[in-house]
Design a protein around this ligand. Structure first.
Ligand SMILES: Nc1ncnc2c1ncn2[C@@H]1O[C@H](COP(=O)(O)OP(=O)(O)OP(=O)(O)O)[C@@H](O)[C@H]1O
Length: 256
């Protein structure tokens, strides 16, 4: 059981934004997609999530081709947190998190007791209880990012995609969210996250996939993949690395 992507390409006119991408997201693993701005990470994630009809290639979710699933069937298996999403709806924080349960309700169905319990649990885990009744449009950037992550988590799908879930967060919240995603993975979910923070990638990811100009140039455990050569190709940087508490840390040190 896993999410397997084979030779996925996203055409744009005569060229490709993503070309021949093959990867596997294993349940139990926190898998990261990294690479420079414009490398194709969000496009690849959106294509895997079935949001780009022009994409070519195959995506199999636990041995089922996603092309054969209805949007609702796919939403039962995969939740997707887009990059930097705004909230324009006049809903409370609790309502926005509750939208994550929508695919599990009938057309005119009301949230079940289980739906409500999952929403409260998600709000609690993300530390949002104190603002649960606030209008979502009144939130700070970091609060909004947590609420939208809550919506994706509340779906409780076996696979979760999150595009830069830590980008708007302060350092403590970044650690909190990556710890939470790590715990979700350990509980058996297959999680794919886009990250720009190489230190979080080095310390927390089980598997790192590096993109460069629309192609995957490396895929493996952080200790192997986050090496000088790959980081130079991907970003044109030299890292500074070290070890603390048995974990390897890594910070971008100079441009090369
Ligand atoms: N509809 C489109 N039309 C033209 N160019 C596009 C379109 N969608 C994406 N691109 C281009 O494709 C490239 C990859 O975009 P993508 O958003 O996947 O990058 P990314 O790796 O997620 O970048 P970032 O780290 O900046 O979020 C970028 O150069 C982007 O401008």
């Amino acid at each position: 059981m896993s999410l397997i992507v084979r030779k996925l390409s996203v055409p744009l006119g005569e060229c490709h934004i993503v070309e021949d991408a093959s990867l596997t997201v294993e349940p139990g693993n926190l898998t990261g997609l990294i690479g420079a701005n414009g490398a194709g990470k969000s496009t690849l994630m959106r294509a895997i999530a079935g949001l780009l009809p022009d994409a070519k290639g195959e995506v199999r979710l636990d041995d089922i081709t996603t092309a054969s699933l209805t949007p609702r069937q796919l939403a039962h298996r995969l939740a997707y947190l887009p990059q930097g999403q705004q909230v324009d709806w006049s809903l409370t924080v609790r309502d926005v998190v509750g939208l994550g349960r929508f695919p599990f309700q009938g057309r005119f169905g009301r949230p079940s007791a289980e739906d409500r319990a999952i929403v409260e649990d998600t709000i609690g885990r993300l530390g949002l209880s104190a603002i649960a009744e606030r209008a979502a449009t009144s939130l700070s950037g970091g609060e909004r990012a947590l609420v939208l992550l809550g919506r994706a988590l509340a779906a409780r799908t076996p696979y979760l995609f999150a595009d830069e879930p830590t980008a708007a967060l302060d350092p403590a919240r970044q650690l909190e969210v990556i710890d939470l995603l790590s715990a979700e993975a350990k509980s058996g979910k297959g999680i794919l996250v886009v990250l720009h923070d190489l230190n979080l990638a080095s310390r927390y990811l089980d598997q790192v996939i590096v993109m460069h100009r629309g192609r995957i140039i490396a895929d493996g455990p952080p200790a192997e993949v986050l090496c000088e050569d790959t980081l130079q190709t991907a970003y044109g940087i030299t890292p500074l690395t070290g070890e603390s508490d048995g974990q390897r840390w890594l910070i971008p040190w100079r441009r090369t």
